[in-house]
Design a protein around this ligand. Structure first.
Ligand SMILES: *[C@@H]1O[C@H](CO)[C@@H](O)[C@H](O)[C@H]1NC(C)=O
Ligand SMILES: *[C@@H]1O[C@H](CO)[C@@H](O)[C@H](O)[C@H]1NC(C)=O
Ligand SMILES: *[C@@H]1O[C@H](CO)[C@@H](O)[C@H](O)[C@H]1NC(C)=O
Ligand SMILES: *[C@@H]1O[C@H](CO)[C@@H](O)[C@H](O)[C@H]1NC(C)=O
Ligand SMILES: *[C@@H]1O[C@H](CO)[C@@H](O)[C@H](O)[C@H]1NC(C)=O
Ligand SMILES: *[C@@H]1O[C@H](CO)[C@@H](O)[C@H](O)[C@H]1NC(C)=O
Ligand SMILES: *[C@@H]1O[C@H](CO)[C@@H](O)[C@H](O)[C@H]1NC(C)=O
Ligand SMILES: *[C@@H]1O[C@H](CO)[C@@H](O)[C@H](O)[C@H]1NC(C)=O
Ligand SMILES: *[C@@H]1O[C@H](CO)[C@@H](O)[C@H](O)[C@H]1NC(C)=O
Ligand SMILES: *[C@@H]1O[C@H](CO)[C@@H](O)[C@H](O)[C@H]1NC(C)=O
Ligand SMILES: *[C@@H]1O[C@H](CO)[C@@H](O)[C@H](O)[C@H]1NC(C)=O
Length: 442
């Protein structure tokens, strides 16, 4: 009994194996005919777009470029088209036939020159995990039917001409991790913050240039979110510090924060943000931040990139500000009323890759502390009140530079014959003695 049972089992296993092998050997010719027809219709509508679909012919649609099928059923699971050139081209349409591909898991049509509206029926592709339509010319309202894509983890509709009058539909995407709606017009979407706060799985949020509705302190206090973002981009909106309690709430493990080109004023915003201790990249440039540079900046001990240019900071940067920032690589404080008072021979705990300090005060002596930044690639100390000669060590430093701008200072002294890697240098209006030779583009 036991023996015959075992034989039976063997038999079943063998049949299963043969079946699998058969299926496998048919693959990838096993294209579902209705899907092939749908793909051909989809292709016809792409006629003027930027994709090359010369391989889209014959019966074996699973072999066509950009298509992947399920290895057993033959259903199309992924459509991922790449443009053949990246110049702006227009003319392709996203045909409704795409919605017949009901087994799609990934639809990626970035930057292929599509225009027109996003078909509502995309909301019926319930297996989608990834939907990416960025850098096309789609216009009109984002269909709220996308709220039915309950398996979606990645949604990128950025850089089109889209609008959304509300974002209620977004709050249904309960598995969403990555959301990019940059340049979608959200001026009417007064619910943006409350809707997004409901997507508990969200980890990366990009809403750059969306005309975001200003939040009132009251509406924030009603918000109750357990979101924990790693990356947040709210650049180029009209936000003020009323958003900060929300940012602090969702930003406990934040790594990248971009609040550039907004309306943050005063010294409080940067002070608040220095409590987000895991930040590595912080951009607060082009706001109206003022006052002194907070001492608490040292709490951001993982910081690698700090962009604070074009604000109204008005103070002195001293050693203790920077002494904890051992990972700092890019420091951009240009166009502020900041001066540097770093002692001449203290070795900083970091080595800068880029320093943008145009219009700050570094002079009148040539900033000796730069000596320790032997890996500098970019140095802009134009218009920084230096009235000195180039120190000899500077030309040691300069071997790594690819960009140097020391214009609008009073710099004297000999110049080296060449700086090996330099792509661009500007010595304009920096007088030089012993040499009337100016470095130039090479
Ligand atoms: C399209 O692809 C085919 C081969 O796949 C190639 O021969 C042809 O040059 C490509 N056309 C363009 C415009 O890239
Ligand atoms: C089919 O694909 C799945 C993943 O999608 C893979 O794990 C499996 O090994 C594949 N089966 C065959 C027979 O190729
Ligand atoms: C989601 O799907 C249901 C049923 O398929 C439909 O009735 C509803 O209108 C859809 N929701 C949206 C927002 O389109
Ligand atoms: C965004 O939409 C609003 C309301 O429809 C409109 O007034 C505004 O001009 C739009 N903004 C842009 C940049 O298109
Ligand atoms: C931010 O803007 C909102 C709406 O304009 C306003 O109610 C609020 O007082 C502003 N907050 C700050 C701190 O300026
Ligand atoms: C906030 O969330 C907590 C736990 O998730 C819940 O107990 C509380 O009622 C919520 N408060 C509001 C105002 O929604
Ligand atoms: C320096 O960073 C550590 C964590 O790495 C932190 O505990 C300490 O408070 C920071 N010091 C200053 C002066 O901010
Ligand atoms: C720079 O700091 C030193 C002490 O560290 C101080 O004596 C000096 O006055 C400061 N210079 C300026 C211009 O603030
Ligand atoms: C160099 O700096 C000056 C003064 O800040 C600026 O006007 C100029 O555009 C800069 N040059 C380049 C090539 O970046
Ligand atoms: C320049 O670098 C060389 C070798 O790295 C070193 O020997 C020399 O002392 C440096 N010169 C100056 C002026 O720092
Ligand atoms: C060079 O700088 C001087 C003052 O430092 C200024 O008067 C002059 O206009 C500047 N020249 C140019 C070409 O900007």
């Amino acid at each position: 009994m036991l023996h015959s049972g075992f034989n039976f089992l063997l038999c079943v296993v063998a049949i299963l194996c043969i079946n699998l092998l058969c299926v496998e050997s048919f693959y990838p010719s096993k294209c579902v005919e209705t899907e092939r027809q749908a793909l051909l219709k989809f292709k016809d509508a792409l006629i003027h777009s930027k994709v090359n679909l010369t391989s889209w012919k014959g019966e074996e649609c699973c072999k066509w470029e950009g298509i992947s099928c399920h290895n057993l059923t033959g259903y199309v699971t992924s459509l991922n088209l790449k443009p053949f050139d990246y110049t702006k081209a227009v003319g392709g349409k996203l045909d409704y036939s795409i919605c017949e591909l009901q087994h799609l898991i990934s639809l990626n049509l970035d930057n292929i020159g599509l225009e027109g509206k996003i078909p509502k029926c995309i909301g019926s592709l319930g297996k989608l995990i990834e939907l990416k339509l960025m850098y096309n010319n789609f216009f009109g309202v984002i269909p709220p039917s996308l709220g039915n894509l309950s398996n979606l983890q990645t949604l990128d509709l950025s850089h089109n001409y889209l609008t959304a009058n509300d974002l209620e539909w977004l709050s249904h995407l309960s598995d969403l991790r990555y959301l990019d709606l940059s340049e979608v017009n959200l001026t009417l979407a007064i619910d943006w913050l409350s809707s997004i706060s409901k997507i508990h799985t969200l980890s990366e949020l990009h809403l750059f240039g969306c005309g975001l509705h200003q939040v009132t302190p009251k509406s924030i206090s009603y918000m109750n979110t357990s979101i924990s973002l790693k990356s947040l981009d709210l650049g180029e909106n009209s936000l003020n510090s009323s958003i900060l309690p929300w940012v602090s709430n969702v930003g406990k493990v934040l790594i990248t924060l971009d609040l550039s080109f907004n309306q943050f004023k005063g010294s409080k915003p940067l002070f608040e943000i220095t409590k987000l201790a895991s930040l590595q990249h912080l951009d607060l440039s082009h706001n109206e931040l003022s006052g002194s540079f907070p001492h608490t900046i040292g709490q951001l001990s993982y910081l690698q990139e700090l962009f604070l240019s074009s604000n109204k900071f008005n103070s002195v940067i001293i050693e203790t500000h920077l002494s904890n920032l051992s990972h700092l690589r890019i420091l951009d404080v240009a166009h502020n009323s900041l001066s540097f008072n770093l002692s001449l021979d203290s070795v900083p705990p970091f080595k800068l890759f880029a320093l943008y300090a145009s219009s700050c005060t570094l002079g009148p002596k040539f900033p000796v502390w730069l000596k320790h930044h032997g890996e500098l690639r970019v140095l802009d100390i134009s218009s920084s009140g230096i009235s000195d000669s180039f120190p000899k060590w500077f030309w040691n430093l300069s071997s790594s530079l690819i960009y140097l701008n020391v214009s609008y200072n009073k710099l004297n002294g000999p110049l080296p014959k060449s700086i090996p890697n330099m792509k661009f240098s500007i010595l304009e209006n920096s007088s030089t003695i012993n040499s009337d030779r100016h470095l130039s583009c090479s």
